[in-house]
Design a binder for this molecule. Structure first.
Ligand SMILES: [Zn+2]
Ligand SMILES: [Zn+2]
Length: 303
């Protein structure tokens, strides 16, 4: 249903085995990219992910390790033949940053719409996906993202028959939020809709200290992609000073918000093998995965 590729899981500086922050969310052949650090294009090529179908680029903040890959990528998207407009969402300052980066990507065959620090839900793909943002606590304006793929309510045959809804309207009404007029009569979606069903929620939180506001924001995510800049508990002072998190802090956040799965990312360049610290997260939140470049995950609706 939704395919995720962690394109880069490094923080700070690209390493031979680790590119910088980027996550690709693929849905029905279209793509939303979150962050665009150096190496994003290389990872995309290695995974055979096409460039033309990137519709939305969400930037968490304007630190180089999250945005330096953007002008190159915008050019490649142009070379891939895209002419449809593309949306870039980001924190305060994103408009100016995109303008600056476009000095080296000035000719593009498509339009760019920038949404700076959105206060309302951004809707994508015929309102099927809701994108929400939350201001987080980093050394520059930074936002966390949540992506919610809605799921249609269950279809209730008995209800449809009882309400004398013509068969040709059944599927239309199930998908609709509005009444439909047919042969002089009005039919409401509630006349065929059964129980509501939970969709798929993905949250991405990087770079930041943990905050209380995050808990309701990421609540019950099927997947929380969260920074764990430091694996060692002993690096907590560094985490506080540099406005980042330790594995244990990310796991605590995952536990509080009752998420399904935690994927750690944005590893410090000083940490060669993040996996050796996994127990610091697992002790708090069992379903933790250590990110690696080009790790793929697949999320589907639950019954
Ligand atoms: Zn960073
Ligand atoms: Zn940062």
């Amino acid at each position: 249903m939704i395919d995720l590729t962690l394109l880069g899981c490094g923080g700070g500086m690209p390493m031979p085995n680790r590119y910088l922050s980027a996550l690709c969310i693929s849905y029905k052949g279209r793509k939303i990219l979150v962050d665009c650090g150096e190496g994003t294009q290389v990872s995309m090529r290695m995974c055979n992910l096409g460039f033309k179908t990137i519709d939305i680029i969400c930037i968490t903040h304007i630190h180089g390790d999250h945005i330096v890959g953007l002008p190159g990528l915008l050019g490649t998207i142009g070379n891939s033949g895209r002419t449809e407009p593309l949306t870039i969402i980001g924190p305060i300052g994103i408009t100016e940053a995109v303008k600056g980066l476009r000095v080296i990507a000035n000719w593009l065959p498509y339009e760019i719409n920038v949404i700076e620090n959105p206060k309302e839900t951004v809707l994508a793909y015929d309102d099927e996906i809701e994108i929400d943002t939350l201001e987080v606590d980093h050394s520059s304006p930074c936002i966390g993202y949540s992506f919610y793929l809605k799921r249609m309510a269950k279809f209730d045959v008995d209800k449809a028959i009882k309400n004398e809804v013509p068969k040709q309207l059944w599927s239309k009404l199930q998908k609709s939020n509005e009444e439909i007029e047919f042969q002089g009569k009005r039919y409401a979606p509630e006349m065929v809709k059964g129980v509501e069903r939970k969709g798929i929620k993905i949250s991405m939180i990087t770079d930041t200290r943990p905050t209380e506001k995050m808990v309701p924001f990421i609540k019950e995510s099927d997947l929380l992609v969260c920074e764990g800049t430091y694996g060692d508990d002993g690096d907590i002072e560094k985490a506080i000073k540099n406005k980042h998190m330790t594995f244990r802090e990310a796991a605590t956040l995952a536990k509080k918000a009752k998420v399904e799965k935690l994927l750690l990312t944005h590893f410090s360049t000083a940490m060669d093998s993040p996996e050796i610290y996994i127990n610091n997260a697992i002790e708090v939140f069992k379903n933790t995965i250590i990110g690696e470049d080009r790790l793929e995950l697949n999320l589907t609706f639950k019954e």
